[in-house]
Design a protein around this ligand. Sequence first.
Ligand code: CA
Length: 231
Amino acid sequence: MSKFHILVVEDDAPVRNLITTTLKAHDYGFLTAADGQEAVMAAASHNPDVILLDLGLPDMDGVEVIRRVRSWSNVPIIVISARSEDSDKIDALDAGADDYLTKPFSVEELLARLRVIQRRLSQMEDQSPHAVFVNGQLKIDYAAGCVYLNGEEIHLTPIEYKLLCLLARNIGKVLTHRFITQSVWGASWENDVGSLRVFMATLRKKLETSPDGPRYIQTHVGVGYRMVRVE
Ligand code: CA
């Protein structure tokens, strides 16, 4: 397999060096950009496998970089932001980012996120026609519209089924409340987070059997939800 190439977009040299040193030590290929303009150009000319993107750039907002790159590319984008405000993360995710890390972050955390993306990409290559989705003990038969947990069929309402399929198709990716409500109900329901929570609660009741907490669907407080890959 050829080396995984990562575009590191960060104007802060010490942080950029920390990231590239980490990547080098773990045998990742990389290139760097110190501002938004350079980032967009590098994304277009080098076609990286993943982009690590700082949001606070000198020439343009990182969210703008996401919008531009998304106009032609589906490359996974992990946002690295010093901003702890939920609204910044949400703007980035809504613009098409896949995941986020908040500074200060540990290098282990960064490497873990990269592994998740790598696994997702290799799985996407493996199973081209997505007739059946399998994650741990959860199975979705898209053609039949049936969901199984531990080998037994579970009965979902149409809305719960739509929610589950949306999360499954975007496994590993944080989906914002707005993205979910728009996808499931359409624009008129935009930001009806209260209703979304109710449907999510009933879906989880059917899906999450462990008393130790959710296995399949992770809550990102104030941001949204993500389906995690279960071993
Ligand atoms: Ca910065």
